[in-house]
Design a protein around this ligand. Structure first.
Ligand code: ADP
Length: 338
């Protein structure tokens, strides 16, 4: 935890500890006074039993209130800090493509450019616009998920083709070799889901896999059918995720506190959006990594058919490819959602 973070949460924790110690001191003092004056205790107990009962009760109430207050305060302080970091990242994330666009425009205004140079500048501008729009999509998606206004448009989706499409967007964004992303999804694997949401999930996972890898980038996307669920994996050989942070990477605005991460642009929103979308589609997402510099595998499952309606995605007549890449096992135990 950063020093600034520790400093700002130390005040509520300190106040709570002082409050709890005071309460304990009062209780011990009160008990000693009563123990020294048995007669006083007896006369008190005779005259007012309720007063004796009220003591420990108010003690426990005050302790509980103090501890809850401390937890809430610490949570709010941490949330506030995450939001400030997010605003910093947003500002940075908006500023750099805008600065690059301005530079390209200024250069384009010069007349002495060759057609090739113009084409290259236009390509760079298109990349910047794509980056900006991808970033705005993430923010809009996150706020749509927060407000719970999701409305899935379910349809039959060819997973291999969708992976190709998402990979293409990522390859163009990072201008890496087309062989950097290997699509190992078996041909003909289809599922009934929200295509746009699944494309966002795949694009974000591949985007991270490329972004958090040093060259030569090597990302593999696999999928297999188990019963009535599809398991999808996006594996990279990048910087990896330390064990302690494997769960936290799905929190809003969370970024692993490491130099290797902070030198790459990001807001900590992508995996929050991805995990919420996967959950919305009836699946579950988890991150696996042996540790720093040992690569990461993002794994998620999705139902092949519409959740809660196993017959809704029955293959059309003669459509043997639907769920046809593996055996049709009976439905296994449904996985817990994140
Ligand atoms: P960001 O915009 O920072 O990439 P994400 O929500 O997509 O935000 O990811 C959260 C954090 O999880 C990242 O900041 C990074 O620390 C870690 N992370 C995500 N994907 C990977 C990956 N494939 N390899 C290593 N670290 C990753």
């Amino acid at each position: 935890m950063a020093t600034g973070q520790l400093r700002s949460i130390s005040t509520p924790i300190l106040l709570t500890v002082v409050g709890v110690l005071l309460c304990i001191g009062l209780l011990v003092g009160w008990t000693l006074v009563i123990a020294d004056n048995i007669e006083l205790g007896e006369s008190l107990a005779r005259s007012n039993r309720w007063l004796l009962l009220a003591g420990p009760l108010s003690f426990f109430t005050i302790m509980t209130v103090l501890v809850i207050f401390c937890f809430r305060l610490v949570r709010d302080v941490l949330e506030h800090q995450r939001q400030s970091r997010f605003i910093d990242s947003v500002t940075h994330e908006l500023r750099s493509p805008l600065a690059s666009l301005r530079l390209c425009l200024d250069t384009l205004r010069r007349r002495d450019l060759s057609p090739e140079q113009r084409a290259e500048l236009l390509e760079m501008m298109a990349d910047d616009v794509n980056r900006l729009s991808g970033f705005i999509d993430d923010i809009l998606e996150a706020s749509r998920l927060e407000s719970g206004s999701a409305g899935a448009a379910m349809m039959e989706v060819d997973l291999r083709a969708l992976v190709d499409r998402a990979a293409d967007r990522v390859l163009r964004r990072y201008r890496v070799d087309p062989d950097s992303i290997v699509n190992e999804v078996p041909p003909g694997l289809r599922l009934f889901t929200d295509e746009t949401a699944l494309e966002t999930v795949l694009k974000n996972l591949m985007d991270n896999a490329v972004k958090y890898s040093d060259p030569p980038v090597h990302v593999v996307v696999r999928a297999r059918l188990e019963g009535r669920r599809v398991h999808v994996e996006v594996e990279d050989r990048g910087i990896g995720i330390p064990r302690a942070h494997l769960k936290r990477v799905f929190d809003r605005f969370f970024r692993v506190p490491a130099v290797q991460v902070h030198k790459r642009q990001g807001t900590g929103l992508g995996l929050y959006v991805v995990s919420s979308l996967v959950r919305e589609l009836g699946g579950r997402l988890d991150a696996r990594s042996p540790g720093r510099d040992q690569g990461t595998t993002m794994h998620f499952t999705l139902p092949v058919t519409r959740p809660g309606n196993p017959r809704s995605a029955a293959p059309a007549e003669g459509d043997g490819a639907f769920c046809g890449v593996a055996g049709h096992d009976p439905d296994p135990a449904t996985e817990a959602h994140r």
